[in-house]
Every structure is written in structure tokens, then in C-alpha cells.
Design a protein around this ligand. Structure first.
Ligand code: PEP
Length: 250
């Protein structure tokens, strides 16, 4: 049976209090949608967004693997939860590249977030060089195998709080999108990795596609087998751009 779709906006380093009206507008329509919708905001906006859009799922974009400690500038998963976040992204390629995050670090962050009660959007994806070398499936499968949460964090129902976001790096913010056949091939491979990791429960974890999703291409992408939603960057900043994507998923 098809899983309920999940559409998550990633605002990256965009947004101040002036943009809370967009959060509110998105939440009002999303609240009437038949798919799940969430916005991952800059940490400075989380608490105010939760107040501006009660009941709507607001998330962070990263968390530290530790509960607390001498980590200047970082935030723990418990801090995100305390601010009202219900989810967090981990392992976005922009963090893997700019902050040197490894699969092991990302796995630890995912486990910490789950243990703090958050849902997790775990990002993986290949570079253009890897895709052109025919290594995309192998590289992304290895990434997901090494970064999926296990241990205490994976005990009991975790896959429902875990979504994988397949985001080809070359598709993020570029307007380029893989063919639907390539998306289908990758998502089928990811489903196999989830089942290998969690058994049948791995069929309940949603696999999102991310990379230049827009209102104009969302329906075609959502029709691909094993595409259970989307992680959306640029087109999530304005309700007018984001809500057509939500409508395509609903
Ligand atoms: C992202 O950064 O997660 C993303 C998918 O960005 P965009 O939609 O702008 O390509």
C-alpha cells in the first residue's frame, strides 16, 4: 500500500520574523491537506513559528549528536524539541560538504534526534561525477547503509519517524532533475536498503525525493514508484510556490 506522502520545506539560511506570515499561510492550507507537511526553519525562527502556526510540524535543519557540552554554536536535538520542533533534517549535502560531516557523524545525529523524540529526514545523494561514472546507486546505497540509525534509537517503530531524502547534489538549486526512470531506480534501491536494515518495517519509512522540485514537476515526480514525498528548498520559501507542490502530493 502506498505510504501517506510527506512534503518538507527546507528554508536553509533564509527567513526572519518578517517571513512568519509565509509559515502561517503554508500551515493553514497544509492543515487541510491529505498529505503530511512540515517546514524546517532556521533555529532562530522555530519557537516563533510554532506559536504562529499551532499544531503544524516545524523542524530544524541539523542537530549535534551530543545532548549538551562544549560545542559552541551547535544545538542538541533536545534543544530543538524544547523549542517546539517535531523533526530535523540531518546529513544535508550542504552540511556534508561545508562541515565535513561523515556518514558516522550523520548516523549519530539521527540516533540522537530519534532518542529526543524528533522525526528525522536523513539526506543522501551523489555528485554529478559519481552519477556520470555510473556509481550513483553504489555510492548512495553505501551512504544510507552507513548513516541509518540503529541501536536503542531504532528500537520500536523507528522507521515511521524516519524518512530518507534522496537528493542528487547536482539537482539541488540547479533546476536540473533526474529522469523519472533514474529516480525510480534509486528509490527502489533505497527501499531494499531500508528492508535490509529494518526488515519489513523498512517498508514503512518514507523515501523523499529532493532537488529542484517545483509546482510544475511535482506531480510527475510523485507518480514515481517509491517516491513518498519531497524535500523542497527554494520553492518552499513562499506559500505561492510551495502549496502547489503540497497540492500535487495530496
Ligand atoms: C534542498 O536543498 O534540500 C533542495 C532540495 O533544494 P532545491 O529544492 O532548491 O533544489
Amino acid at each position: 500500500m502506498a505510504l501517506k506522502k510527506l512534503v518538507v520545506g527546507n528554508w536553509k539560511m533564509h527567513g526572519t520574523s518578517a517571513d512568519l506570515a509565509e509559515v502561517n499561510a503554508i500551515s493553514l492550507t497544509a492543515g487541510t491537506s491529505t498529505c503530511d507537511v512540515a517546514l524546517c526553519l532556521p533555529a532562530t525562527l522555530i519557537e516563533r513559528a510554532v506559536r504562529a502556526a499551532p499544531g503544524f510540524a516545524i523542524g530544524g535543519q541539523d542537530c549535534h549528536a551530543a545532548d549538551k557540552g562544549a560545542h559552541t554554536g551547535d544545538l542538541s536535538a533536545a534543544m530543538l524539541a524544547d523549542a517546539g520542533a517535531m523533526l530535523t533534517i540531518v546529513g544535508h549535502s550542504e552540511r556534508r560538504e561545508a562541515h565535513g560531516e561523515t556518514d558516522a557523524v550523520i548516523r549519530a545525529k539521527a540516533e540522537a534526534a530519534l532518542l529526543a523524540g524528533l522525526s528525522v529526514i536523513l539526506c543522501i545523494g551523489e555528485s554529478l561525477d559519481m552519477r556520470e561514472a555510473g556509481q550513483a546507486i553504489a555510492v548512495v546505497s553505501a551512504q544510507v547503509d552507513a548513516s541509518l540509525p540503529h541501536g536503542e534509537a531504532a528500537a520500536g517503530g523507528v522507521p515511521q519517524r524516519l524518512a530518507i531524502a534522496y537528493e542528487p547534489i547536482w539537482a539541488i538549486g540547479t533546476g536540473k532533475v533526474p529522469s523519472t526512470a533514474d529516480i525510480a531506480e534509486m528509490h527502489a534501491a533505497l527501499r531494499q536498503r531500508l528492508v535490509a536494515a529494518y526488515g519489513d518495517a523498512g517498508r514503512q519509512a518514507r523515501i523523499l525525493y529532493g532537488g529542484s522540485v517545483k509546482g510544475s514537476n511535482a506531480a510527475e515526480i510523485f507518480a514515481v514508484a517509491d517516491v513518498d514525498g519531497a524535500l523542497v528548498g527554494g520553492a518552499s520559501l513562499k506559500a505561492a510556490d510551495f502549496l502547489p507542490i503540497v497540492a500535487a502530493a495530496a
